[in-house]
Ligand binder design. Structure first.
Ligand SMILES: NC(=O)c1ccc[n+]([C@@H]2O[C@H](COP(=O)([O-])OP(=O)(O)OC[C@H]3O[C@@H](n4cnc5c(N)ncnc54)[C@H](OP(=O)(O)O)[C@@H]3O)[C@@H](O)[C@H]2O)c1
Length: 242
């Protein structure tokens, strides 16, 4: 499966490309400039010379030709970027990992974009694609360190069951990551905002946290959906690689 990443030259998109390529997906790093994407690909291949990572460079339109497309731009460029490649996105699963946040001094604050979240804004602007919001809380540095698995749960929400399913399938292939079905796309609002809390914890405790939920046993769709499962509580733990 080919996965294209819009804004893939940043820390989040390039880390995701490397991690996906390391487990057998074909990754396409997209950019507003194909040359920047080529530089990023060169850097990744130089960092991991023995892994033969299947990563190629493209402009965002080229990346959007992939089977599944990830939006990894800053929040205020996400909708515009999706619209710019709209023709390629029709009928496809589009994973939006963008968080609407600002930092004022040492304080992170969530912003509320139109429709309540970046993911919902993208879905409204490109109604023919199947948006799944996911991967908001995964720290890029740990995601990109292929020598160390990253221990975390990944909340996924979407108005399309097939988008949740495919996103879950992809996330579930990443060692030690557990995909969790967090419901409809309206839940992207608190999921995106919660990132501000994690970043605040990172600053305060001088670490990079990742999320694990207790009270859910097994993979999504398995034991997790059993009615006898106790109420889930969130546990925010330092990422294991730190
Ligand atoms: N960093 C993390 O740990 C992390 C973790 C989870 C989620 N996220 C989310 O993932 C997204 C990307 O994070 P990041 O840290 O990689 O961000 P970033 O470095 O600020 O941006 C990523 C890429 O987006 C492109 N870009 C910048 N401004 C743009 C605009 N106005 N319109 C279109 N494209 C633009 C740039 O690529 P080109 O100039 O090459 O086009 C840039 O390299 C953010 O929304 C963030 O909240 C980040």
């Amino acid at each position: 499966m080919r996965i294209g990443i819009l804004g893939g030259t940043g820390p989040a998109g390039s880390a995701l490309a490397a991690r996906l390529a390391s487990i057998g997906f074909d990754a396409v790093i997209g950019s507003r400039s194909k040359y920047r994407a080529m530089e990023t690909v060169d850097e990744l291949l130089a960092r991991w010379p023995d892994r033969k990572l299947p990563i190629v460079a493209a402009d965002n339109a080229g990346a959007a030709e992939a089977d599944v497309v990830v939006i990894a731009t800053p929040w205020d460029g996400a909708t515009q970027t999706a619209v710019s490649v709209e023709d390629h996105l029709r009928g496809k699963v589009v994973i939006c990992m963008a968080n609407a946040l600002t930092r004022i001094g040492k304080e992170f604050q969530p912003l509320v974009p139109p429709r309540g979240s970046v993911a919902a804004s993208v879905q409204a602007a490109v109604p023919d694609c199947l948006v799944a919001a996911a991967l908001h809380h995964v720290p890029a540095k740990e995601l990109g360190d292929l020598d160390d698995p990253i221990e975390t749960d990944v909340l996924i929400c979407s108005d399309h069951g097939s988008a949740t399913e495919l996103t879950s399938e992809i996330v579930g292939k990443i060692p030690n990551m557990r995909p969790l079905d967090a419901g409809k796309l309206s839940l992207a609002t608190p999921i995106e905002s919660f990132t501000a809390v994690l970043l605040q914890l990172n600053v305060h405790y001088k670490t990079r946290v990742a999320i694990r939920f207790t009270g859910i046993n097994g993979p999504m769709g398995g034991e997790a959906s059993a009615p006898a499962a106790p109420a889930a509580a969130a546990e925010v733990a330092p990422a294991p690689s730190q």
